[in-house]
Design a binder for this molecule. Structure first.
Ligand SMILES: NC(=O)c1ccc[n+]([C@@H]2O[C@H](COP(=O)([O-])OP(=O)(O)OC[C@H]3O[C@@H](n4cnc5c(N)ncnc54)[C@H](O)[C@@H]3O)[C@@H](O)[C@H]2O)c1
Length: 396
């Protein structure tokens, strides 16, 4: 099939490579010219996709990137994989999805299967995408992406894929497309079910992470190790699932998607109490970490040199979107500390560059990438570990 993917970020490029590998002719459309140039030169910006793999698809002609929307015309399948962030009031910002739908309305003039993979609330495919495209009789399906960047066990091929379509013909065509590079396809009765499943999955994680973050604070006040308690509880073979505490949640999904669910809940008059409380607990974690660091450093960090180790939101990934390291660094500075950060995967961020760990009075470990210099961390006068993986130091 001739396939166009709108948006070549974490999700779009992953699907593009999956589809190219299955023998489809894939064009990755993105508004970012620099990204398009890099992709066509075989340079991947995603951890799970190597330059070699990308370059081989570019040179065989199976894949090309473009910032010219004319490439969308005459495609059989058009996949939307654009950002769905929150606005300044933490409400859904569907402007990218609307822009993608408008591009399809302008440029896809022959009937195609339009698939939305961007995460959003139930009703998005029907009301925010299909309703904006009126000229041509397309098929529409929702297949929310479940990719977990950096996860080497579960990827596009072996993670079961949900499909919900506006019509049976849309579901059948979406099955043909995804069945060519995904092992397991699960059809649900409507796009709304598929959309809701995705945000419920991430809300489940957000709420459980908040619960364990609250529990970590209770445990610490009681003088018990929360990690040891969680390990002990996880020996129960049924009815318990282990989540680990941390400095907050980051990335494009867990801090964002539950607010999409809360938004529709409010619209239909249901107070999304758990979601709101979980947000508050997770967003307050950087302040809790700072409180513990100050207490563990003798009551003040004024004038001390603090290095924050690992500023991306998870290990072995360079993604800093919504990372709790940002609030943590700001709050440490408010306490009068001189704060630098170390993360060679991220390199530069917020107009600052990664600095060495050595020479700091205090190290606060937010994210631990493979190969991090543990000896340099433990050589600092005081270490606070948010990852629970460095023996013999303070932490959560
Ligand atoms: N990152 C993840 O782990 C993940 C996992 C599952 C689902 N999702 C969801 O997938 C969607 C995309 O997320 P992502 O992480 O790939 O985002 P991203 O920011 O990595 O990539 C989005 C890309 O879309 C491009 N773009 C924006 N507007 C465009 C337009 N009008 N036309 C063409 N390109 C446009 C941007 O330039 C960017 O390259 C979001 O809804 C997100 O919630 C993300």
């Amino acid at each position: 099939m001739r396939v166009a993917i709108i948006g070549q970020g974490y999700v779009g490029l992953t699907i593009a490579v999956g589809a190219a590998g299955a023998g489809h002719s894939v064009v990755g459309f993105d508004v970012n010219d620099g990204l398009v140039t890099a992709l066509n030169a075989g340079r991947s910006h995603i951890e799970g996709i190597s330059d070699e793999q990308l370059a081989s698809y570019v040179s065989s002609g199976a894949y090309k990137a473009s910032s010219d929307a004319a490439v969308l015309d005459s495609c059989e399948v058009v996949v939307i994989a654009v950002p769905t962030p929150l606005d300044d009031d933490r409400n859904p910002d569907l402007s990218y999805v609307h822009a993608a739908a408008d591009l399809i309305a302008q440029h896809v003039k022959t009937p195609a299967l339009i698939i939305n993979e961007s995460t959003s609330y139930p009703g998005t495919l029907r009301k925010e995408i299909a309703a904006r495209i009126t000229d041509v009789d397309h098929l529409y399906a929702s297949s929310p992406e479940r990719v977990d960047p950096g996860n080497t066990e579960w990827g596009t091929k072996n993670t079961p894929r949900l499909i919900g379509g506006l019509t049976p013909a849309a579901v059948a065509k979406a099955r043909d497309f995804y069945g060519s590079f995904c092992d397991s396809i699960i059809e649900v009765s409507s796009p709304e079910v598929a959309e809701a499943a995705k945000i419920f999955e991430n809300t489940f994680r957000q709420v459980n992470i908040a619960l364990v973050n609250e529990f970590a604070q209770i445990s610490d006040a009681l003088g018990i190790s929360s990690r040891e308690v969680i390990e002990a509880a996880a020996t129960k073979p049924y009815g318990f699932m282990a989540f680990n505490p941390g400095p907050g949640v980051g990335g494009h999904c867990i801090p964002v998607d539950p607010s999409y669910l809360a938004h529709v809940a409010n619209e239909v008059g249901v107070p999304a109490t758990f979601i709101k409380r979980a947000n508050e607990v997770n967003l307050a974690m950087p302040a809790y970490v700072v409180k513990r660091v100050v207490a563990g450093s003798g009551g003040s960090i004024r004038g001390k040199k603090v290095v924050v180790v690992g500023v991306s939101y998870k290990s072995n990934v360079a993604d800093t979107r919504e990372t709790p390291a940002a609030a943590l660094i700001d709050l440490l500075r408010e306490q009068g500390a001189t704060v630098t950060w170390n993360d060679d995967l991220v390199g530069s961020w917020r107009g600052e560059s990664s600095s060495p760990i050595a020479g700091a009075d205090i190290a606060v470990v937010v994210t631990k990438h493979d190969g991090i210099d543990l000896a340099a961390i433990t050589a600092c006068g005081y270490v606070f570990d948010c990852t629970g993986s460095i023996a013999g130091v303070d932490g959560i």
